[in-house]
Design a binder for this molecule. Structure first.
Ligand code: BGC
Length: 774
């Protein structure tokens, strides 16, 4: 763990330059607007440890697969969101010395991510080798109002000298992905242009042929007055810049405004892109930095109105959850149904920016409760549009008759993950996609989705499960062999309880959904049956037989579900017994040792109990929690949140709180020693779950919001907002009471501590009670 960032409710603050942690800070201080994003890099040249990162949503490259031993069925490529042109660069030279925080002395350094208003700022005094002292203040943002635009205010004040300072704002397309398999470059130059203070460069991705045009325009102010400058255009391969030399006097502030846009062929015709970029640049330059920033602040204020969670009395906890909500909003806005949520968002390259089961299992509930319904519908539609590919993917592996296996990792519907134990075996991801349909309809009541798209996906996934199980003569039950559950610290296991449960649940839900769609729209149902050759009677009979005869490994002595059939053959130990200094295990132990150990990377049986908690009584949940939690190392970011929600349900306040901090501050405190690769964006939705479903005890049952909230002991209060079917509610919990405020114009009935409470339009209801949790 590293605790060098200051606690603050709205800011992430680095004081003093932590050079060795720079890549961690760059991840944490990332900016984004759903369409593009970037790491918290410096504008000026930096020769120290850095991962320069700019990413454009949906612009990816199929990097040829690299494996030691090829297996039939492996995908040909791993899709990567590409590191795109660096548009923030501004090189500074003071006479003959380059400004580089790695080589000069740095005083009064402060780098701040302002989450309330959506910008990044930095200030410092650089003491150059020559003794010259230069004060620098920077501010920049990716606009959430105009999502192709960004702006930078970069100010220089010589403190003890007069000099000519050369400033070179540039756009540089000579970039590589650090994680590229063959160290190739992925971009070709198409065209470039420069004009007075302006530069444009259009690049095209190899193989995928995406075009991205980045443009910039620079303005200079001295002592608050706009000045004309001599600018020397510079054009090199994949590089455009304007070089200008400015007379700077001691104590005089020179401000460089750099306006930039990034347009991609996802939204623009490549033939007209440079012209379009030019127009966009003119538009934002006319608007000006201050106006753009005001709009940004207003837009963030609007977002916080429906998204914020406030925690009084615990600065670390407050900062953690706001950071998560901020990053989630920076990553995905739901405005474009072609996009999704990469586990690292725009903060790093790991996981390639592709889509994982994380979206359905973790992120969907966040967007359901905090954004317009169309956002979560878009997330579901994304998978609907990939259905054909999922069927093809299953076909490649030998499945037939319209069975679908959704990919573990994808950018366009095709599987692109190539570790056999995951690609072929971690099939539980298929169930999460079915579960998301259920979750969405339960939350929104939008059964039309089931009729239009949902049932088709459910049938295809159910067909897969029906073919993936086999009848065991020995057990006289169905079994599922050779799988990897969510706990990737075990592979190729038989009868992973979670996967068997999810498969059976999907079959049951599909049977139910068939009945419901027939009731709602028989004609559509018939149409679907014809189109996908659904043999209702036969397929439903098969599904029922599996549901009634599935094998679930169970330990009678302890009365717990077994993660997999042979789990008890392992030497059972607790995490406390792992020698000091050997965690995270994946950075210290051989893979072989990990696989044979009982240690669990992430919630597995408990993931299933979390999804389907109403199927189990409290004692069952407790026994399983008590058995698995002490063996869980939480080396997947997706794990602590599930444990936190369950601990809250079981009244284990301390555990719930410990797990909450671990998930919400995972990146701020670098718990797993991997934040330098990027932030764990998808698990940030899990932090939200730990608050709203955990401490808030929020569920949706029978078309109603159900609440069982409590306030952790060391907090004065907790307040969260949720949208539910057209209403916006705020739930505020203190140590003694709960207040529910209805901001909408219609009455809302909720179930609070098992009693119906009506909250009139635009008013509050207060109850003197909190959940009974010891
Ligand atoms: C986890 C997976 C997850 C992936 C991306 C892995 O470490 O084990 O469950 O989908 O990270 O977040």
């Amino acid at each position: 763990m590293k605790q060098y960032l200051k606690h603050d409710p709205w800011l992430i603050v680095e004081e003093d330059f932590h050079r060795n942690y720079n890549e961690i800070t760059e991840s944490v201080m990332s900016l984004g607007n759903g369409r593009m994003g970037q790491r918290g890099n410096f504008e000026e040249h930096f020769s120290g440890k850095t991962l320069q990162g700019n990413y454009i949503a949906g612009v990816y490259y199929p990097d040829k697969t690299r494996v030691g031993w090829w297996k039939n069925g492996y995908p040909d490529y791993f899709a990567k969101v590409l590191n795109a042109a660096n548009w923030i660069g501004i090189d500074i030279t003071i006479e003959y010395e380059s400004l580089d925080l790695n080589t000069c002395e740095v005083r009064d350094f402060r780098r701040v991510l302002n989450m309330r208003e959506g910008y990044l700022e930095r200030s410092f005094v650089a003491v150059l080798k020559s003794g010259k002292e230069l004060q620098v203040n920077t501010k920049r943002f990716c606009s959430i109002v105009d999502d192709e635009a960004g702006a930078i205010r970069y100010s220089l004040t010589p403190l003890n000298f007069d000099a000519k300072i050369t400033v070179e704002p540039y756009i540089d397309g000579n970039i590589r992905n650090r994680d590229s398999n063959y160290d190739e470059t992925f971009w070709d130059e198409v065209r470039k242009e420069t004009a007075y203070g302006e530069g444009y460069i259009e690049l095209r991705t190899r193989k995928t042929g995406f075009h991205v045009c980045s443009g910039m325009c620079v303005e200079i102010e001295q002592n608050g007055v706009r000045v004309d400058f001599q600018s020397q255009p510079i054009r090199r391969e994949k590089y455009v810049a304007n070089r200008m030399t400015l007379d700077c006097q001691q104590g005089q502030e020179t401000v460089i405004y750099k306006y930039a846009v990034n347009l991609s062929s996802l939204n623009h015709d490549p033939d007209f892109m440079v012209g379009e970029a030019h127009k966009s640049i003119q538009r934002i330059t006319r608007k000006g930095f201050d106006r753009m920033l005001l709009d940004q602040q207003q837009a963030w204020a609007d977002k916080w109105k429906t998204n914020d969670i406030t925690i009084e009395g615990d600065a670390a906890a407050q900062q953690g959850i706001r950071f998560c909500i901020f990053q989630l909003n920076q990553t995905y806005t739901g405005e474009d149904e072609r996009l999704n949520i990469g586990p690292k968002g725009f903060t790093g390259e790991k996981y390639g920016g592709s889509t994982y089961w994380d979206t359905e299992a973790y992120c969907l509930p966040f967007y359901l409760s905090t954004a317009d319904q169309k956002v979560s519908r878009n997330l579901l539609r994304y998978r609907y549009k990939h259905l054909e590919k999922a069927i093809e993917n299953a076909r490649k592996l030998g499945f037939k008759a319209g069975a679908a296996l959704y990919p573990m990792v994808t950018m366009n519907g095709e599987e692109c993950h190539n570790e056999w134990e995951i690609t072929f075996e971690e099939i539980h991801r298929n169930g999460a996609i079915a579960y998301a349909i259920y979750d969405y309809i339960r939350y929104t009541g939008d059964e039309n989705y089931l009729v239009e798209y949902g049932l088709e996906v459910l049938i295809a996934i159910s067909r897969f499960w029906s073919q993936r199980v086999n009848w065991s003569e020995a057990k006289q039950q169905y079994v599922m062999l050779g799988v990897t559950g969510p706990n990737e610290y075990e592979n190729n296991v038989n009868n992973n309880w979670y996967t068997n449960y999810l498969a059976t649940w999907t079959l049951r839900y599909t049977i139910e959904a068939v009945g419901r769609v027939k009731e709602l729209n028989h004609e559509k149902f018939n149409e679907l049956c014809d189109r996908i050759h659904f043999r209702e009677e036969k397929e439903i009979a098969t599904a029922r037989h599996i549901v009634d005869h599935m094998y679930f490994p169970y330990d009678e002595t302890r009365q717990v579900f077994l993660q997999q059939e042979s789990f008890l053959d392992k030497e059972l130990m607790t995490v406390n017994e792992i020698p000091k200094g050997q965690r995270p295990l994946n950075q210290h132990w051989s893979w072989d040792r990990i696989l044979r150990s009982c240690f669990i990377k992430q919630a597995d049986v408990l993931q299933g109990i979390y999804f389907f908690e109403d199927d189990f009584d409290e004692n069952t949940i407790r026994r399983n929690f008590d058995f698995y939690e002490p063996m869980t190392v939480h080396e997947s970011s997706l794990s602590p949140c599930v444990h936190s929600v369950l601990a809250s349900k079981l009244g284990m306040k301390d555990k719930a709180y410990e797990m909450y901090l671990r998930t919400a501050r995972l990146d701020l405190d670098d718990y797993n020693n991997d934040t330098e690769d990027g932030c764990h964006i998808t698990s940030m939705a899990g932090s939200w779950l730990a608050v709203v479903k955990g401490f808030g005890g929020m569920r949706i049952r029978n078309d109603q919001v159900v609440l069982n909230p409590y306030c952790p002991d060391n907090w004065e209060s907790l307040a969260f907002k949720i949208r539910f079917r057209g209403a916006l509610l705020e739930v505020k919990v203190t140590q003694t009471d709960v207040t529910v405020q209805n901001f909408s114009g219609k009455p809302v009935e909720i179930l609070l501590f098992n009693e119906t409470v009506s909250v009139a339009p635009n008013s509050k209801s207060r109850i003197e009670k909190t959940a009974e949790v010891d």
